[in-house]
Write a protein that binds this ligand. Structure first.
Ligand code: MG
Ligand code: MG
Length: 281
C-alpha cells in the first residue's frame, strides 16, 4: 500500500532497525512474497478481485500472518487489486478479469509485530506491447531506485533515479500524490519516499533504515483522482498504470531487498494465463 505524500518529511522520526529486527521484517516479507506468488498461480481471465483476495487472506493466515491492509484506515480487504487505469488502492470487487487487463496486486502482512509490503503488476495473456513496455520500464525503475538505497545517500537520490528513468528516458508520467514510505512496526513510517525529486535532497539514509520503494507509473499523464469510495486511485486520462514494490533495508554499499519477487516470477512461469514480465534491460 502506498503512502499519501505528506508534504515532505525531514527524517527526524525515522526508526532505525537492528539486524535482528530486519530479519523479522524479512520473515514478514517472505509471507508477502509467497502470498503474491500464490496469487500469481491462480490469476487468470475470468477470476475476480474478491476471489484472489479471499485466497490471499487464507494463505496469509495459514502462514501465521495478519493481512495488514484489512482494517487499515477502514480498508475492507487483504489485498489492493488495481487493474488498468486504477493506479493503486483498488478494493477487490466482483468484476471478472479480461484477457487484456493489467492487474496490480499489493500485499501487506504483519508478522511478529513487524510489517512487510510488496506489489507486482501482472499482465493477462492479451496485453498489448505498449502496455508490456510500461510494465518492464516501471519494474526496471524499481531497481534503479533500489540501487540508490545505500547508506550515505539521500532519499532524493532514489526519487531522482526513478523519475529520470521513467519521465526523461521514457515518456511516462510519475504519480505525485502517492509515495513509498518507511516501514517497520507500522505499515507507514517516516520518511516519505517519492518517485520524483532532486538528487542530494531529502533525509539522509543510514544503515538500518527500512523503506518500501514503489514506483507508480502511468502510460499517459501523471494526473490521478480518487474515486468516491475514498480509496481507488485512477489515472485522469483513463490510460493504464503500473506499480511494483519491494521492501528494502538500507545498507552500506548495497541495499538488502527483504521481499523476494522470485517466488512470483516462478509462479508466473508455471501459469500460462499470465504473461512473463521482467525489468527492462
Ligand atoms: Mg504495498
Ligand atoms: Mg507500500
Amino acid at each position: 500500500m502506498a503512502g499519501l505524500f505528506s508534504g515532505g518529511s525531514d527524517g527526524k522520526k525515522i526508526f532505525y532497525k537492528t539486524d535482528e529486527e530486519i530479519e523479522m521484517m524479512r520473515e514478514a516479507n517472505l509471507v508477502v512474497s509467497k502470498t503474491l506468488a500464490h496469487v500469481a498461480s491462480i490469476l487468470k481471465p475470468g477470476i475476480t478481485g474478491q476471489e484472489i483476495d479471499k485466497a490471499a487472506e487464507e494463505f496469509i493466515r495459514d502462514h501465521h500472518g495478519r493481512p495488514a491492509f484489512k482494517g487499515y484506515n477502514g480498508f475492507p480487504s487483504s489485498l489492493c487489486v488495481s487493474y488498468n487505469d486504477i493506479v493503486v488502492h483498488g478494493i477487490p470487487g466482483n468484476r471478472e478479469f479480461r484477457d487484456s487487463d493489467v492487474v496490480s496486486v499489493d500485499c501487506g502482512v504483519e508478522l511478529n509485530g513487524f510489517f512487510g509490503d510488496a506489489a507486482f503488476t501482472f499482465a493477462m495473456p492479451e496485453v498489448d506491447e505498449p502496455v508490456m513496455e510500461l510494465l518492464r520500464v516501471t519494474y526496471a525503475s524499481l531497481y534503479k531506485g533500489i540501487e540508490q538505497a545505500v547508506a550515505g545517500k539521500r532519499v532524493g537520490d532514489i526519487s531522482f533515479a526513478i523519475q529520470y528513468y521513467c519521465e526523461r528516458e521514457h515518456p511516462y508520467g510519475i504519480v505525485r500524490e502517492l509515495v513509498g514510505h518507511g516501514i517497520g512496526r507500522s505499515l507507514h513510517e517516516d520518511p516519505d519516499v517519492p518517485n520524483y525529486g532532486k538528487r542530494g535532497k531529502g533525509p539522509l539514509m543510514q544503515s538500518g533504515l527500512v523503506i518500501a520503494i514503489e514506483p507508480m507509473v502511468n502510460l499517459g499523464a501523471k494526473e490521478v483522482y480518487q474515486s468516491n469510495d475514498g480509496w481507488t486511485i485512477h489515472t485522469k486520462d483513463r490510460k493504464p498504470s503500473a506499480h511494483y514494490e519491494h521492501s528494502v533495508a538500507v545498507r552500506k554499499g548495497k541495499a538488502d531487498i527483504l521481499s523476494d519477487h522470485q517466488y512470483i516470477l516462478d509462479a508466473i512461469k508455471n501459469n500460462p494465463s499470465v504473461k512473463e514480465v521482467s525489468p527492462k534491460n
